[in-house]
Design a protein around this ligand. Structure first.
Ligand SMILES: Nc1ncnc2c1ncn2[C@@H]1O[C@H](COP(=O)(O)OP(=O)(O)OP(=O)(O)O)[C@@H](O)[C@H]1O
Ligand SMILES: [Mg+2]
Length: 288
């Protein structure tokens, strides 16, 4: 069986210099022949310094931006060749969660509308049927049902990220690109949101591309990891292998930048597990 997602030789460049007539004189290569696969139910971590091209890869695989060359296949189908209608169907199966949930939600839409919109567009749900689905989704991500008619500004960052997750789940996706999904949240709340993502993956067989600066988070979450430096994948492999036996000097440099990788990892894991314990005993709405 083909992998869920197969990315081959993706090249993306942007113009950097133009002449007086506006013609492009020089381009910068942001992703340079990037290739990887993602299997069903798997988390692929993407790490690398700021500007390495991680978010660009995320946007390319969802075809939110077009590559200069290369290919993206989802279940063996060429994503770059999809018609408008087919692209809509693909977007139903492949979603994105961003670092800043506030900017990913329309400030003028209530939560009922924000989560209900994809249910109507993609699944044709209306009225009470739609409301029941919204309530179920928000319950699943740990929000109370009496909050349905509030606006994004009335929620905390962690709650907003839960809402963004509910909205992403509304189309019943198989695959979600998570681009620094907890980077803007407090550490205690990060753990809760990460545990939610892990639980949802187990429940629904979701595959994630998980982009993060935080190597200990990636170590905790990802089955395999891709290390990017200046648009190039310099190393890839099973997470534990890459973390315990890094082959590329850049990977070693990234790992050394964590003050004490082992201690930091264990501390983070303890935090995440503590968050899990809190969520299990007191209910996920606890953070509010
Ligand atoms: N629309 C654009 N026009 C020109 N350059 C761009 C554009 N989008 C991204 N870039 C450049 O591409 C490079 C990679 O950007 P990208 O956002 O993918 O990096 P990143 O690894 O996600 O970084 P960060 O960790 O800071 O989020 C950067 O140098 C960025 O300036
Ligand atoms: Mg980024």
């Amino acid at each position: 069986m083909s992998p869920l997602l197969e990315v081959s030789e993706l090249v993306k460049t942007y113009p950097v210099k133009r002449n007086l007539l506006g013609r492009v004189r020089e381009r910068t290569t942001v992703t340079d022949h990037v290739s990887f696969t993602v299997e069903r139910g798997e988390t692929l971590g993407i790490v690398g310094e700021s500007g390495a091209g991680k978010s660009t890869v995320g946007r390319l695989v969802l075809r939110l931006i077009e590559p200069d060359s290369g290919s993206v296949a989802f279940e063996g189908r060429d994503v770059l060749a999809l018609s408008k209608k087919e692209l809509r169907a693909f977007r139903q199966r492949a979603q994105m969660i961003f670092q800043d949930p506030f900017s990913s939600l329309d400030p003028h839409m209530t939560i009922r509308e924000a989560v209900g919109e994809p249910l109507t567009i993609h699944r044709g749900l209306k009225g009470s049927e739609r409301d029941a689905a919204v309530t179920a989704l928000l319950g699943r991500v740990g929000l109370r049902v009496d909050q349905l008619d509030k606006y994004p500004r009335e929620f905390s960052g962690g709650q907003l990220q839960r809402i963004a997750i509910a909205r992403a789940l509304a189309t019943e996706p198989d695959f979600i690109v998570c681009d620094e999904p907890v980077a803007a949240l407090d550490v205690s709340i990060q753990a809760q949101v990460l545990n939610l993502l892990i639980d949802l993956q187990r429940e629904r067989g979701l595959a994630y591309v998980f982009v993060s600066h935080d190597l200990s988070l990636v170590r905790f979450l990802a089955h395999r990891v891709v290390v990017m430096q200046k648009g190039v994948i310099v190393e890839t492999g099973p997470t534990e292998q890459v973390f315990t036996d890094p082959q590329h000097p850049y990977t070693r440099k990234l790992l050394e930048a964590i003050p004490d990788p082992r201690a930091h990892f264990l501390a983070r894991r303890a935090e995440v597990l503590a968050g899990k314990a809190v969520a299990a005993t007191a209910g996920p709405a606890k953070e509010s």
